[in-house]
Design a protein around this ligand. Structure first.
Ligand SMILES: [Zn+2]
Length: 311
């Protein structure tokens, strides 16, 4: 028993040590001298400092390309990170980068819808941060490990969102929006040319709206939700609703009021559904909603996002 625990401790320590090396390497690369001079309290503080440096750098890249209104073209941003060629090809993954003489070759899956190709490109740009660009061809400074792989992937998703929706640009839109924000949400999807799911994640990152964002899908063959089952696909929270627990993926919508509103959104693909002062029950969420908005966000399978401003 004791042995097993200490084995586990040892592997946990290894994992942390590997991660620590990665964060330190990134910090050195991005902040150089300034990083060594910074007082770092602990591991969490280190992560926070390095993440901020990464985010700032990625957003500066976009600014450097002179793009100051949406939509951002990530392919221009990629050039700033030594991507010398972008090729569209039949791939069994969304995209990848291959180090080569002079930088990287990026390959993007040509079967993906355009919005997903754009995000795949932004995500791959983020991966270049995990290579030493002073080497030619660029190379990774450390050997591959599972823990570092997941740290890198997580960062690349968030960096990718920032490249397509830089903070200052999207904050202006968000600050001028009005509850239940659904019209603004649709306008932002169009202007930034991103998927509804990606935008919802970015709103979650920024946390300036106090909203629950619930994404639903039709869970049977009846695609237009005529009488079909609608089920919860994802719950994203922003701002002061962090403590609200709703339910897990897959929960079927039983509340007739909610079901009716969502069905309307599934059917009226171009319209938004808005309501005020509702009582909604779904999973553990049973309460008054000050304002509610829902809209089709058109992914495959069909999805609807509902934005809930709680009372
Ligand atoms: Zn990736």
């Amino acid at each position: 028993m004791a042995n097993r625990n200490s084995d586990r401790d040892r592997s946990n320590n290894n994992r942390l040590e590997e991660e620590l090396k990665l964060w330190k390497w990134l910090g050195d690369k991005l902040l150089g001298e300034a990083f060594n001079a910074t007082e770092i309290a602990d591991f969490e503080d280190l992560k926070r400092t390095v993440k901020k440096a990464l985010f700032d750098d990625a957003e500066n890249l976009v600014a450097k390309t002179g793009q100051n209104t949406p939509p951002i073209n990530p392919e221009i941003v990629a050039q700033e990170r030594k991507v010398i060629e972008i090729e569209r090809a039949a791939l069994d993954t969304d995209a990848l980068i291959v180090p080569c003489k002079g930088g990287f070759l990026m390959k993007i899956n040509n079967k993906l819808p355009v919005v997903r190709q754009r995000f795949a490109c932004a995500h791959e740009i983020a991966h270049t941060y995990f290579f030493d660009l002073e080497k030619d061809p660029p190379s990774k400074p450390y050997r591959r490990s599972t823990s570092r792989y997941w740290v890198e992937e997580g960062m690349c998703y968030e960096l990718g969102r920032r490249i397509l929706m830089p903070t200052e640009m999207i904050r202006t839109w968000m600050d001028n929006a009005t509850p239940p924000y659904i019209k603004d949400f649709r306008a932002m999807m169009r202007s930034f040319f991103v998927s509804g799911e990606l935008l919802a994640y970015r709103i979650h990152d920024l946390a300036t709206w106090n909203v629950l964002m619930l994404i639903f899908e039709v869970s049977d063959n009846n695609n237009n939700a005529g009488n079909g089952a609608i089920s919860l696909y994802k719950v994203l929270k922003s701002g002061d609703v962090k403590h609200v627990h709703v339910a897990r993926r897959g929960l079927k919508v039983k509340d007739p009021v909610l079901y009716e509103l969502l069905s309307r959104a599934f059917k009226g693909k171009k319209e938004v559904v808005e309501e005020k002062d509702l009582y909604i029950s779904i999973g553990n969420l049973k309460r008054e909603i000050a304002s509610f908005g829902a809209s089709y966000i058109g992914s495959y399978p069909p999805k609807v996002i509902a934005i809930l401003c709680l009372r």
